[in-house]
Structures are given as structure tokens and as C-alpha cells.
Design a protein around this ligand. Sequence first.
Ligand code: ADP
Ligand code: TRP
Length: 321
Amino acid sequence: MKRVLSGIQPSGQLHLGNYFGMMSRMIRYQLSSDLFCFIANYHALTSIRDKEQIQKYTFNAVCDFLAVGLDPVKTTFWVQSDVPQVLELTWLLANVAGVGLMERSTSYKDKIAKGIIPNMGLFSYPILMAADILLYGGDLVPVGKDQKQHLEIARDIAIRFNNIYGAVLVVPEADIDQHTMQVPGIDGQKMSKSYNNTIPIFAPEKTIKKRVMSIITDSTPIEKPKSTDSTLFQLYKLFLSEEKCIQLADRFETPGLRYGDIKKELFGVIMDYFTPFREKREDLLNHRDFVLDTLRQGAEKAAVVADTYLKRAREAVGLIF
Ligand code: ADP
Ligand code: TRP
């Protein structure tokens, strides 16, 4: 059985892009594979320096994942820093990862271009990410398109390590879905919390409504057919079966459609879809002990696998004699 592994940084409110690009796909995999899922709080330290914020976001991200359907019995689910072995592997990998490889990281270059003064955590972010995957022998890594390069770096590091030390590490593969790899935000760019263009799934109903009603549309007159390339269509489509999608396309192409009506309809669809998750999340937030206990058990399960891969890597480089 394939090991499917992915993680998410606890860095703010979850949005439709996170949900469709990564989380819902992870949940689907739990039926057919050995699923490993974690909250990347070490990674969040590269951008958040507030202790309470890290704590709160981490706990919330855990509840978010459980609320959308992650089953901690079927899955190995943990907080990254509860298995600190990942940092030792990061060091072993750092010694085979070229500086040039890190310098080519577009997400690093983008951050510098935005004026962020880089620290070594940010620079070596992709090495820690590679260690996250390689420490658990992950075969397949479901992510959105924006993580593609990080996955290429992880593969590159694994291949280099194996070339030097023998076949120790599993070389992972990115699992990117064509239909959901880049969910657009309300302004038509990639949906991302850094662009302030998200539709958050656990925000107050009023906020969600406001965001949906602000989805960018063109000025095609009512009596003309509307484009199915539009952001509104692309967002609505996420919730529809193939058959329903064809019906919606038909409505878009038939003169008379009002964008405002479609937005109201989409808001209703979003609320219907996420209401059960929103209720479950409220319940989890009020059952802290249960959540913490689940995480403790998850970290124990994860550590067993981590120790096996780390031991192999330590032996391979000559730390055990
Ligand atoms: P953000 O861009 O909002 O900071 P993250 O980088 O925390 O989001 O992404 C967490 C996961 O969600 C990653 O696997 C990422 O690829 C995926 N993801 C984020 N935004 C989108 C999007 N707009 N479309 C598809 N997947 C996305
Ligand atoms: N970098 C990923 C993101 O921002 C989070 C992440 C950290 C991750 N380690 C990982 C994703 C390992 C997949 C596998 O979304």
C-alpha cells in the first residue's frame, strides 16, 4: 500500500484553495492508503515570531483537519515538532543539498523580492520539508501547484543522498490534481492568504458572504452569454459533479444570467457544504483534552516510523559504529 503524506503550516485561516488543493484530497486517500498527515509548526516559525499565535494557530489547524474528516484512527496525524527526529534528518540532508538548489527556490526568491530579510530558517525551509517526507518514507505527496518546486527539491535531495550512501531513502512523488491545483481567489489570482483574496471556510458566515459577493466578474451585459473561464464559474465548479457542471455551463452560456444571483447561490452551496464541518470544529475546540490526547497518540505512531528511517540514515553516513 502506498504511503501518502502531506502537511500544512499553521499560519492562518483555512480557505477553499487549501481545502480543495490539498485537504479534501488527503481525506479521500485515507480510504485507500497508509495516510500520514501533520501540522508543520517548525515551518511556521520561519514567518511567525509570536508564541501565543503559533500555539493558537497550531491547535486550530489540528481541529480544522479533524473537522473536515481526517480520522486519527485510520491515519497517522501529528504535530511536526512532537517528532523532533525530523531535525536530525534535516541536518544529514543539509550536507548533501547544494546551496545553488536552495537559491533557485522561487518561494524564497519571492519572499526576498517582497523585502523580507531572510534568515537561515527560511533559506533551508525546503530541506526541512524534504526531511518531513523522507523521514516517513512518503511515496506520494498531495499538494497544490505552488508546492511543486519544493517537491522537486525533496526528490533531488533524496536522489543525491542515495547516490552517495546507497538506497536508503524513498524518492517521493508530488501528487498534483489538474482540476484543483490552483484554485482562484476572489480577484482571479491564486487564492492565498498572502494576497488577502481568500474565501475562508471557518470564518463567520457574514465574512464568507462578503467575500463571495466580491468575486470579480466582467461587464458582459445580462443579455449576452457569460464565460465559463470566469473566476465565479471556476469556484462554483469545485462543488459540482460533472453533470451539474455541464448544467451550470449551460446556464452561463444562456443569455439572461445575472452574476449577483449566481453569487448568492454559490454562497448557499458553500454554507451547505461546510456547515457540518463548522459544527464539528466548534465541538473540537471545546474538547481540548480529547484533541491533545489524539495528537499524543499520533506522535507515538509517527515516531516509530521516523526512528526506523533515521536509524538507516544515521548508519549510512557513519554516525553508528
Ligand atoms: P497559502 O498560499 O494561503 O499560504 P499554504 O501555502 O499554507 O497556503 O498552502 C497549504 C496547502 O494548500 C499546500 O498544499 C498548497 O499547495 C495548497 N494550496 C494553497 N493555496 C492553493 C490554491 N489556491 N489552490 C490549490 N491549492 C492551494
Ligand atoms: N510547505 C508546505 C506548505 O506551505 C507545508 C509542508 C511542510 C509540507 N512540510 C511538508 C507539505 C511536507 C508536504 C510535505 O503548504
